[in-house]
Design a protein around this ligand. Structure first.
Ligand code: SAM
Length: 184
């Protein structure tokens, strides 16, 4: 059965202000961006069509990869399992509204399980990140995905994961729904 996911608006993504002018310049100079859980990819379309970032800089992952993203820059797999071998290393990796919905096929879990899930996916992403790369997280779905929410807030969860994986939280806003983790 295919799960229908809500697609988040471009406005939501733009308000996260992930891509500074220097990141955009970087991407125009062949840096690589990987979007995990791309869905229909409204934001990624904007990067290519409006910001004029070359298509060859934007890579996408989804377990139900839309036709438009299939091809040399698209990867279809379940991020909760083993990740395939990537030849490319990425400067920027975005988890856009996917961490919360991908745990337990969208059904809420305990905070311990959410920590284990989020640690797994961010660790896998770190493995394919270039040195000095950045992970961007935009996820408003976490509160609804954690049963015993009072024991952990999204912000604490990412602090814990960054510490475990040797990264630094370089930005956190809106109670942890907008986060940047850098790795030296
Ligand atoms: C809520 S949508 C977000 C789509 C887009 N990033 C946005 O914000 O509009 C979640 C996306 O994650 C994908 N997804 C869900 N669980 C996944 C998993 N276990 N592995 C890979 N992708 C998954 C879904 O297919 C869907 O496209």
């Amino acid at each position: 059965m295919t799960t229908e996911y809500h697609q988040f608006s471009l406005k939501n993504y733009l308000s996260c202000e992930f891509l500074t002018d220097s990141v955009i310049q970087d991407l125009k100079s062949n840096a690589k961006f990987l979007s995990i859980g791309v869905g229909l990819g409204t934001y990624e379309d904007h990067l290519i069509n409006t910001l004029k970032i070359p298509q060859s800089s934007i890579y996408c992952v989804d377990n139900n990869l839309d036709k438009k993203w299939q091809g040399p820059y698209g990867f279809q797999f379940d991020i909760t399992g083993n990740w395939p071998t990537f030849i490319t290393r990425f400067d920027y990796i975005l988890f856009g509204q996917v961490i919360g919905v991908s745990v337990n096929r969208g059904r809420p879990v305990s905070s311990d399980k959410m920590v284990a899930h989020a640690t797994h996916v961010i660790k896998q992403a770190k493995n394919i990140l270039k040195q000095k790369g950045k992970i961007f997280i935009y996820d408003t779905t976490l509160p609804a995905a954690i049963i015993d929410l009072d024991t952990i807030l999204a912000q604490q969860l990412y602090n814990h994961i960054a510490k475990t994986l040797g990264g630094t939280i370089t930005r956190t806003e809106h109670f942890g729904s907008v986060v940047e983790i850098s790795f030296d």
